[in-house]
Design a protein around this ligand. Structure first.
Ligand code: NAD
Length: 289
């Protein structure tokens, strides 16, 4: 079925579903062109934290975007209000297949007929969220990394996504200071996440085997690549529960993957060490949330 992409996106709100680590960052980027962004999350604390995050960062980030100016970001616990009039809805709820399927069904029913429905899922193809969707031609993966610092974005068809939607998203996202790259076939982990998943898994396995500490691995990574931080620092940023969810999914597709990385992550999570969001993770020098 063909689909008519929005013709007036500059004058319509964009909506983010989920105010967590990524949702608030996606909202930040979508607000860099002076427009309206709405963030929906049932958790009041998350809505407040997202609003604070955007308030503290938007002026500076909008100034780095070509033609940018700070827009407005509001939060709500009402989904229908959140998507009213939206040209783009980006889902960033926890990495659970049932939840994503339910959310896409609700978005398909509530969002405007020409709204594009995108998933920020790190490891699920949007093909898997279509059970309750009547217009799959507008659903796709649009996967952000860690904006405003890591601004590459994977774009991937659900298999039923209209080609015009993919082209429109590829052409439009750069307006908001991010760089889209299209995965040309379905790929769990898209493009860069597959590379990153392999690096993470081997680093976790090194620690699980007792070969090295997280600090040693990061130290060598920095010394040899010139990067700041390292894989363990980056996993702390992402959240170790999210890292585990993602790794569980890869392991389900690849039973040959080692158990050590998942065991190590579960051990940290069981001790409440989720990374930056809990104040401690592989490192313990983060501010208490
Ligand atoms: P998170 O746990 O930090 O945030 C998830 C948010 O969703 C929470 O605020 C929670 O209250 C909210 N939520 C729960 N149920 C909801 C519902 N029904 N409707 C709306 N909101 C709901 O998770 P995150 O790290 O932001 O990850 C979200 C998605 O983004 C996942 O699919 C993840 O794979 C993906 N992602 C994460 C990262 C990362 O670095 N953390 C990077 C890229 C993509």
């Amino acid at each position: 079925m063909s689909f008519t992409v929005p013709s007036d996106h500059q004058h319509r709100p964009a909506t983010v579903i989920g105010a967590g680590t990524l949702g608030r960052r996606i909202a930040l980027m979508l607000a860099t062109r002076g427009g309206e962004v709405r963030v929906y999350d049932p958790a009041g604390q998350q809505r407040d934290a997202a609003a604070t995050y955007v308030r503290e960062n938007l002026d500076a980030v909008a100034a780095t975007v070509d033609g940018g100016s700070p827009g407005t970001v509001s939060t709500t616990d009402d989904l229908a209000t959140a998507v009213d009039g939206a040209w783009l809805v980006v889902e960033a709820v926890p990495e659970k297949l049932d939840l994503k399927t339910q959310v896409f069904g609700e978005l398909d029913a509530l969002a405007p007929a020409d709204a594009i429905l995108a998933s920020n899922s790190s490891s699920y193809a949007s093909r898997l969220f279509l059970d309750r969707v009547t217009h799959p031609e507008r659903v796709l993966n649009v996967h952000f990394y860690m904006p405003p610092k890591q601004n590459a974005v994977d774009v991937m068809s659900s298999g039923k996504t209209d080609r015009d939607v993919l082209d429109f998203v590829m052409a439009t996202l750069p307006e908001y200071g991010v760089l889209p790259f299209e995965a040309k076939r379905e790929s769990t982990g898209f493009i860069f996440n597959r590379v990153w998943a392999a690096i993470k898994r081997e680093c976790l396995e090194l620690v699980a085997e007792g070969v090295a500490t997280p600090q040693d691995v990061d130290g060598m990574f920095q010394a040899n690549t010139g990067m700041k931080g390292g894989p363990f620092r980056m996993m702390d940023q992402v959240g170790l529960d999210v890292v585990l969810d993602i790794e569980e999914h890869y392991a389900a597709e690849h039973p040959e993957y080692p158990e050590g990385p998942r065991t190590l992550l579960r051990d940290y999570i069981d001790r409440g060490r989720l990374g930056v969001k809990s104040g401690v993770g592989f490192y313990d020098d983060y501010p208490q949330p």
